[in-house]
Structures are given as structure tokens and as C-alpha cells.
Design a protein around this ligand. Sequence first.
Ligand SMILES: CC(=O)SCCNC(=O)CCNC(=O)[C@H](O)C(C)(C)COP(=O)(O)OP(=O)(O)OC[C@H]1O[C@@H](n2cnc3c(N)ncnc32)[C@H](O)[C@@H]1OP(=O)(O)O
Ligand SMILES: CC(C)C(=O)C(=O)O
Length: 442
Amino acid sequence: MDWNRQQHSPMPSHRYRDIFAKVPVEPIDRVWPDRRITTAPLWVPVDLRDGNQALADPMDPLRKRQFFELMVAMGYKEIEVGYPSASQTDFDFVRLLATSELVPPDVTIVVFTPARPELIARTIESIAGMQGDVVIHMYTATAPVWRDVVLRRTREELASLVYAGAEEILRLAPANVRFQFSPEVFNLTEPDFVLELSDGLTKLWDATPARPVILNLPATIEAATPNVYADQIEYMHKNLPRRDSVILSVHPHNDRGTGVACAELAVLAGAERVEGCIFGNGERTGNVDLATLALNLHAQGVDPMIDFSDIDRIREVVEHCTRMPIHPRHPYVGELVYTAFSGTHQDAIRKGFASRGEAELWEVPYLPIDPADVGRGYEAVVRVNSQSGKGGIAHVLESTYGVRLTAEEEVAFARRVQRHTDETGREATPAELKELYDACSQ
Ligand SMILES: CC(=O)SCCNC(=O)CCNC(=O)[C@H](O)C(C)(C)COP(=O)(O)OP(=O)(O)OC[C@H]1O[C@@H](n2cnc3c(N)ncnc32)[C@H](O)[C@@H]1OP(=O)(O)O
Ligand SMILES: CC(C)C(=O)C(=O)O
């Protein structure tokens, strides 16, 4: 039987090469596929820097502050707050944090800078007087195309640029500063170059277990299936010099739509810290979505360490600050993600609710978590249209109006509703269902 009749498509796919043609991916005796995530990594939201740099209208001071206060209230303990040398708004916001009571003592502030001396000086100026821990996060692109085309430096010249920046930070930084480096486009950089830079920087910055250096390995542009990123991270985890003095961090983007998978596999592979944006805002297709990552852990019985119990309030603030709507199908937060329109799903959900009683363990078909965990009610769990069946329709009548139908009535009423929804071509609200029911009962 000729079951696969696909032919060549007109797509010019020959213009692209896979990651293995671009960069060495070192073989490893991988252990990540057999590991499980049992604790949350350190989450670091970068909405106020990486998210902000991707907005048509960057956040104004009030929006930045609202977003920052939200993140503190949710329980984030390390927050990248901006790129102080980029704009007066970013600089002033960091000054506000340095000179006010807005930063709780257990929250670490991260500021971002390229390896350019004048911009490093401005960054350090911005944090003057900041109480508590501050991380200065320096980055430079390290991948071959960026070296050749953008920075126009050889490997040696680029390493000198990085070390010069690191020395400048060391020279100017006050004692409460810790250091972070990101080899931008890590995933397309030769692993031996990343190891060389990491070795140089951890020596130069005198990394110790008590004052570890953060090495953040971004998939700046997602370029491979997530297992490849996991292999790249595990290779670093196993080969980094002074590993006990390095916090291994990841920063996935979402160009292939697999940012969440990359982050999860990277944690299995040894990453201890994850940078992303709360609902995945960021350049192009966005940064990895921290809400999805956290709630994926929650749904596996692991404490995400962040409070998502009022997700609609979080969503409101994020939408206001970014001026971008969240998609109705966005995991955990979208308007429709706890709603079933289709008959067999509704039937299963109804039976799931009926059989669980007061059980603590959540085992309701088609609902990966209890909507109440994130502050959602149950009213919207079942909505009726022409795809619905008797179970769902009876559920809405019963849960909204206390009307219980017999098995025969369910069948007959569902037929009536089906005619109605086919005729109108749209959803029937609970009020419409009640009206139809009343009309049938007369
Ligand atoms: C993956 C990421 O998210 S990286 C972060 C990206 N974020 C942003 O760019 C937002 C904020 N940026 C800005 O406001 C501006 O780019 C500034 C203020 C930092 C710099 O502005 P400008 O001085 O006008 O330079 P411009 O933006 O054109 O940057 C290009 C220059 O920086 C150099 N450069 C780029 N990245 C780095 C780096 N990490 N370290 C050192 N130099 C760098 C480039 O080689 C280029 O130098 P050249 O002109 O000698 O070729
Ligand atoms: C420089 C790093 C952290 C970054 O934003 C990226 O590579 O996407």
C-alpha cells in the first residue's frame, strides 16, 4: 500500500544547514535522559532587560516599577532589572532601586552590560550605593559568524576584549558585586572556546564556592532540537574548570518553539539557574516562558518556589507593562486553557469531578492542574457549542442552575441543543441553555 504520498515541497530548505555543520557538538556519555527534576532551579526573570529590549514601546518608569514589584511579590530572588547604559530610563530605574526601599534584602539585582569600558563605567555608576547583592552581567557574542561579521575579531582578539571588560568590572565594582558572563550564542560557539573563556574569567574574577561566578549559556537563537542543547550543557557541566565555583545558568530563546523543552532538558543536564521572561516575552519568538516552566514543575508535584496562585493578576500586570496580549491558548494562563468545548472531553471532566469527591490528589481527565491552584474558577471549564455532547450540556445546567437531568432527558435535550448550536453556528451560553431547557419543559 502506498500510504505516504508526500512529494518534494517548494520550500528552499537546501539553503540551510543543521547545527552539526556549524559547530562541533562534543560526544558525551550523557546522563540527562535518566535524570528527574525534583527541585526548582534558581529562576531569574529578565523581563525588564531582555523582554524590555524587544518591545516597540519600552517600559516607562512606572511600568518598570510595577513589573519589578510584581516579581518581588511572586517570590523571585534574583531579578535582572535593566541595561543601565542603554537609556536614561534604564539608568534612572536602577538608581531608584539603589536609593529606595524597593529591593528586599533577600533579592539580588542583576544589571547587564556589554564588554565596552565606557558602558561598564556607566553600569557601575548606576549601582552606586545599592545595598545587598548585585550581579554585574557582562556579555559578548562568541559564535564564529558574530566574531567574523559583527565584532570583526579573531578568537584571540575577542578573548582579549572579554578579559579587558572583566578586568574593568573587577577594578570598578564595589564589594557587594558578583560576576556573570554570557557567551552570547553559546549554542553556536565552539565548546573549547567557551571553556577557555570560562577558565580565564573564573581565574580573573577569583571564583570560589562562597563567591561563585555565574556562567550563563544562552541559546540566543534556538538552532537545534532540545536534546542537542542538553548535550551541550551536560558537556559544559562535566568539563568546566572550577565547577564548584560556577553557577551554571541557561538562557533559552524560543525560535523553534522548544524553549521550554530546552530549559527543562538543560536542568536535567546540570543547569542550576534559568533566565527567561514570565510569559515568554522577548526578542523574536521570545525568551523561555518562566511561568510555564514553574507550573510544569508544580504539575509534577515539585514546588515551583514562585507564587502563581493569582495568575490573572500576574497576567494583567504583564499585559499592561508589555502592552501585549497573552494568547488564549498560552499554557496555564490563557483564557481557554481550562475550558473544554468538545463532548468527550466534557464528559470525562464531568466524570472526573464526580468521582474525585474531596480527594487531595488531582486526577481529572484533560485538566493537567486544578484551575483553582492558579485562582481560576470552574465556571468556564465546560462551554457548549456544536462540538459538545450530553455530558457537557448536563454539567452546565447542573453546575450553573442546579438542574439535574435523567439519562433519557440528557439525550433528548442534547439533541435539542445540537439543533440550536448548528443553526446559530456559535457557542450557547448557560443562559441560552436554560432558556432552551425551560422551553422544552413547558
Ligand atoms: C542577545 C542580547 O540580548 S544582547 C543585548 C542587546 N540589547 C540591546 O542592544 C539593547 C540596548 N542597547 C543599546 O541601547 C545600544 O546598543 C548601546 C547603548 C548598548 C550601544 O549603542 P551604540 O554605541 O550606538 O552601538 P550599537 O548599538 O550600534 O552597537 C554596535 C557596536 O557594539 C559592539 N558590540 C556589540 N556587542 C558587544 C559586546 N557584547 N561587547 C563589546 N562590544 C560589543 C559592536 O561590535 C559594534 O561596535 P563597532 O561599531 O565598533 O562595530
Ligand atoms: C546575552 C544573553 C544573556 C542574551 O540575552 C542572549 O543571548 O539571548
